[in-house]
Design a binder for this molecule. Structure first.
Ligand code: 5RP
Length: 227
């Protein structure tokens, strides 16, 4: 990992933290960029209610003094004001690949409930076009049949997701992320995939050298991965 990469992640994360306002319900992503976000957010000492996309994020956020609530069950918040998270790839169209840290199912659940989704990345994440691997979470039940349906998929040697899902990557070639997203969503046994459409993304904050670039993507207030 290059040092300049980390500087860019920190710059993007600091800008993301500045977008949060007192009293907000905040969804926290997962990964090394979010690792910069958490202390920056905690340092602002705002009155916040947070929900976390992974046990790792939850643990660090709590240690830093952020209030973290559960997002499970009927008693959880149904709407979030903002989600801030990293990404593995960001295309010029605003499509993302996420899930390098295997948390894409919970991340998408947070984003789908949020008014705003702010993506924080270092400049190396901005690509001309998206490519495999596309992270997947698969149902254990019927796994062999699901793998046969997907054909080009590799199982990751990592623990199950907190929801018991098997983590894998779609490795086949693709041109159109919308087409692949639809195919994966329609494949029985795929719990969730790591393709996030532009309709879910409010803006991308890119750390580039010593500067931060803010790229607006979509301003829709009501968004759903299926819309
Ligand atoms: C985790 C994710 C991360 O946001 C993505 O993998 C980027 O991680 P990092 O900030 O470490 O580069 O989707 O599931």
């Amino acid at each position: 990992m290059q040092l300049s990469n980390e500087n860019e992640k920190q710059l993007a994360a600091d800008t993301g933290a500045e977008l949060v306002q007192d009293g907000m319900y905040v969804g926290l992503g997962t990964g090394s960029t979010v690792a910069w976000l958490l202390p920056a957010l905690a340092a602002r000492r705002l009155e916040l209610s947070c929900v976390a996309s992974s046990p790792a994020t939850e643990q660090v956020a709590r240690k830093l003094g952020l209030r973290v609530e559960s997002f499970a069950g009927r008693g959880a918040p149904a709407q979030l004001d903002i989600v801030i998270d990293g990404a593995d790839q960001v295309a010029p169209s605003g499509w993302l690949v996420k899930g390098g840290g295997a948390a894409h199912t919970r991340e998408k659940a947070l984003v789908a409930a949020a008014e705003r989704f702010v993506v924080i990345v270092s400049s190396d994440k901005v690509v001309e076009r998206l490519r495999a691997p596309v992270p997947l979470e698969l149902l254990e039940f019927g796994l062999a049949a699901t793998l046969a349906r997907l054909q080009t998929v590799t199982l990751r040697d990592v623990p199950r997701s907190p929801d018991g899902g098997v983590i894998a990557d779609f490795t086949g070639p693709f041109d159109d992320p919308a087409e692949l997203a639809e195919r994966l969503s329609l494949t029985v046994g795929v719990v969730e995939h790591g393709l996030f459409p532009p309709e879910l993304v409010s803006e991308v904050v890119v750390g580039r050298g010593e500067k931060v670039e803010r790229i607006p993507v979509h301003d829709g207030a009501t968004r759903s991965p299926d819309s």
